[in-house]
Design a protein around this ligand. Structure first.
Ligand SMILES: Nc1ncnc2c1ncn2[C@@H]1O[C@H](COP(=O)(O)OP(=O)(O)OP(=O)(O)O)[C@@H](O)[C@H]1O
Length: 357
């Protein structure tokens, strides 16, 4: 397929580590049998260096900038084109558009590292009601899908998701417990984690919850690619239409807002390293998707967004991404810690400079 392709399109490019770009380069050289950049293929990359950068857990600013695609020796081969107009935000939102660019470039207001949030954007106290409250009576999945609550920490996202789930019909609730197996190398430590009781209650990074509580009409997000051809990819949001013992029945939302045919999601086994052991968990590869991290929301356009900044933005571009998901400031509500009226904005200016070169 790659050999026949005329062009390869890569979106959200600045989020990728340069290693990924270099692997693509060497693979294409090999496939095409030509020792020239990307084996001579055209690579069209899209993205905004003001948005989230690649992630290195506990990485320093230098380390994060160092793994950016713009620090790869391949970067010099790209011709840069600039998109200068924000077409997502509505025409009357000129002030908002200007503010977003200034926040993204770390030059908004007197103190660009600490953004004063306008009074009218602040949540009145119940963010879940403000974002989802009015649509719970006449529940329309397509409308719900165009809304989300964003937060910086996974823990906050999980708690908010559970609270939104509580608004759905309790009668339809079902809790799916995973089956876990713990290995040390090839040796199975024990079945179902009798000793590792604490693993069950904790969320393990990269795995679905041990205890997955769902209700009919819940919005879930896939956490693994299931079928790229069918558009069932990591990050796809789906609505749960039925909860069977061994399968979840879900539907996708089509572009016109209609629902797709029913799709059956099976449990699958996923393995990750957790401390010194490997955990293999058999569970549905989904998590609740009413709320998501800011990083996960990159690329989406929403009608209404709640941004919960009880834990402030801690990485480049997060505030810019969160605020720029909506078309209009009317659809934006922000939660700050009590007594605070401003929030942190982190911008790696050196990354922005390197991205321009
Ligand atoms: N040419 C256009 N005319 C009018 N509206 C457009 C046009 N292009 C995109 N849009 C609208 O803007 C929204 C954002 O588009 P898109 O997701 O392609 O932007 P993006 O540059 O990838 O943004 P981001 O990277 O911030 O997510 C879309 O939902 C679409 O409604």
């Amino acid at each position: 397929m790659l050999e026949e392709a005329d062009i390869i399109i890569w979106d959200e490019f600045p989020m990728a580590p340069k290693r990924a770009l270099e692997v693509v380069d060497s693979k294409l050289r090999e496939i095409m049998g030509k020792d020239i950049p990307f084996g001579g293929k055209i690579i069209l990359c899209g993205g905004d260096f003001r948005q989230c950068a690649p992630i290195i857990e506990n990485g320093t600013v230098d380390e994060i900038i160092g793994i950016s695609v713009c620090c790869s020796p391949l970067w010099k081969h790209f011709q840069k084109f600039k998109l200068i107009e924000n077409v997502r935000a509505l025409a009357h939102e000129n002030e908002f558009k200007k503010m977003l660019v200034e926040i993204g470039e770390g030059r908004f207001g007197e103190n660009p590292d600490e953004i004063k949030i306008p009074e009218e954007w602040m949540s009145k106290g119940d963010i879940i009601d403000e974002i989802f409250g009015d649509i719970m009576e006449n529940y329309d999945p397509a409308t719900v899908m165009k809304r989300a609550i964003l937060a910086t920490w996974n823990k906050d996202v999980d708690e908010l998701n559970e609270q939104v789930l509580d608004l759905l019909d309790e009668e339809t609730e079902f809790t799916y417990h995973a089956q876990d197996v713990y290995h040390y190398g090839d040796e199975i430590l024990q079945a179902a984690g009798e000793i590792h009781q604490n693993y069950k209650t904790k969320n393990i990074k990269g795995l679905p919850s041990y205890r997955l509580r769902l209700r009919k009409n819940a919005i879930v997000m896939l956490i693994r690619n299931l079928s790229i051809e069918d558009g069932l990819c990591n990050g796809t949001r789906l609505v749960v239409t039925n909860l069977l013992k061994h399968n979840l029945v879900v539907k996708k939302i089509n572009i016109d807002g209609s629902l797709s045919d029913e799709i059956l999601i099976p449990r699958i086994s996923l393995t990750v390293k957790h401390g010194v052991v490997d955990v293999t968990r058999h569970q549905f590869p989904v998590k609740l998707g009413f709320c998501m991290t800011i990083n996960k929301s990159q690329g989406q356009t929403m009608d209404k967004v709640g941004v919960v900044l009880k834990h402030e933005c801690f990485s480049h571009g997060q505030l810019y991404v969160a605020l720029s998901r909506v078309r209009s400031t009317e659809g934006l509500k922000i939660v700050l810690p009590e007594d605070k009226t401003s929030t942190a904005n982190i911008v790696y200016k050196r990354l922005l400079e390197l991205g321009k070169k």
